[in-house]
Design a protein around this ligand. Sequence first.
Ligand SMILES: CSC[C@@H](O)[C@@H](O)C(=O)COP(=O)(O)O
Length: 368
Amino acid sequence: MKVDGKHFRSVWRERDGWSVGAIDQRRLPHEFVVARLTSCEDAAVAIRDMLVRGAPLIGATAAYGMALAMREDASDAGLKRAYETLIVARPTAINLKWALNEMRAALAPVEPLERAEAAYARADEIAEQDVEINRGIASNGLALIEAIAAKKPGETVNLLTHCNAGWLATVDWGTATAPIYLAHERGIKIHVWVDETRPRNQGASLTAWELGHHGVPHTVIPDNTGGHLMQHGMVDLAIVGTDRVAANGDVCNKIGTYLKALAAHDNNVPFYVALPSPTIDFAVSDGIRDIPIEQRSGTEVTDMTGLTAGGRLETVRIVPEGSPVANYAFDVTPARLVTGLITERGVLKPDRASLAAAFPERIAAAAE
Ligand SMILES: CSC[C@@H](O)[C@@H](O)C(=O)COP(=O)(O)O
């Protein structure tokens, strides 16, 4: 998608053919900085420290991390070490494990001398595949927006999204934002309510930034606003992303998603989840019981960073010294609150049978 009129992806292979470029998302929206990753350790740190974040992007970055590792040590021991270094970088987004398993399966049968080349080729494919999948999500989700637009001719379709499931969270297009960008491109009048998404503010800092750069009308709202808007008919459709979908259709996403789904349910607002198939974890049968929820540093809750009037970046404390804080990064929305799952293979019912029927090859792989 576009930044100041220029097309960017969130991660890419640099012109030198081996190092990896990525937008440093910790600096947005105030500074646009590109980081250069040159080792497996760089990739692991980029994921752990949230220089890159968002489930599909974490997966793609880990794939490039494996490729960087193969330049350093392409032996069987090197492959194992790279896998073990990257897999622990973050716990909740299943795309990390999916991408590493794909890389390991591609590299294990290859001679060590040829592994680096094979690794870059597979990592490039994983990145391209992410973009293709998101294009599929875009056209399948567009139909939902078009249906609403047809019911209110001439009026604006109001969407609500939580966190950042935009192009910055993927390689390009985004998941929740893919249908939004396509609808905008097709000239449908849309407006997006953007939840700020405390404590890291991915909505306020990232979603608002990318929608703004792409010219999509949007309004940033405090996290607690969605219910009020829904009660007053100001939201036609909610679309969120996800970090892991269980085999039963339960959806793990950024903390606060569950509350939005409850409010949507109470107000008959359709609540959709956009997901690429690598985000489905068929090995997890029950999402609420079994998806590990990342707990992050308390400083994300106690401190806030922003620009001063003088244009200086400053961090301030907003919680009394000594008050304990809790920081669960994700929650799980039960499938019963989800209207549908927008995938690259169509809009599915959020249940075991529909997921299994749409992705039979993934069921077989999970059983191996
Ligand atoms: C497309 S990823 C799903 C998102 O909605 C979301 O939860 C997310 O951005 C991931 O969280 P993050 O903690 O920023 O890595």
